[in-house]
Design a protein around this ligand. Sequence first.
Ligand code: 5GP
Length: 225
Amino acid sequence: MSSSPVRPSEDGPAAAARGLLFVVSAPSGTGKTTVVERLVQCVPDLALSRSFTSRTARPGEIDSIDYNFITRERFETMVRTGAFLEWADVFGNYYGTSAADTERELSTGHDLVLVIDVQGARQVRSRCTGTVGVFVLPPSFPVLEQRLRGRSKDSEEAIERRLETARAEIAAFSEYDYLVVNDELGACVDRLKAIVLAERARLRSMRRLAEEIVQTFTRKETHGR
Ligand code: 5GP
């Protein structure tokens, strides 16, 4: 008997060991990247998807670690060839999730987190049944504004644009399965961890393992009798 949980899906035995797909969205400045990086460090067997983007790397960002940084031309070619599970134009740059990378993780039974915007999350939900959506909310608009200005990575114009986008994005919270407020980093990570563990304990995730356990109750034991 396998000791690790295997997760049958409604699609039948061929898809039995697929991993869970989590999508996390939040307005820019909410701290979702930091929160999710902490999450994958403290939850075993949970990987963070690496997106492709056409934006240039910020100081300190490393290609193939923070993002796969590519040109607009290469991104557009990948769109044409259907290489993306989802993609979106965010703040004038392209961002996308590789369909092949995602499929490889899920089909080998690994749970995966995508940190993507609300447009991308809609595409993933419509394509992948069983996607678990988590929306991270800032405690308030003034706190978000303070955080965006505090990190001072962007120009005033870019900050204004991010705040405007935040107003629009926050309205999408009701499309998600779970809501988490990032009031304090550690507490926010704990809430996300609880969501992942709860999803792993659902009937659809645990059925195969439970059936294997139940079988040990019905099997005729020969030893010692
Ligand atoms: P940033 O440039 O600050 O790293 O990210 C800007 C926005 O793009 C964030 O809201 C982030 O979640 C989103 N984003 C990052 N990767 C992807 C992706 O692969 N797909 C989509 N749709 N959005 C992404």
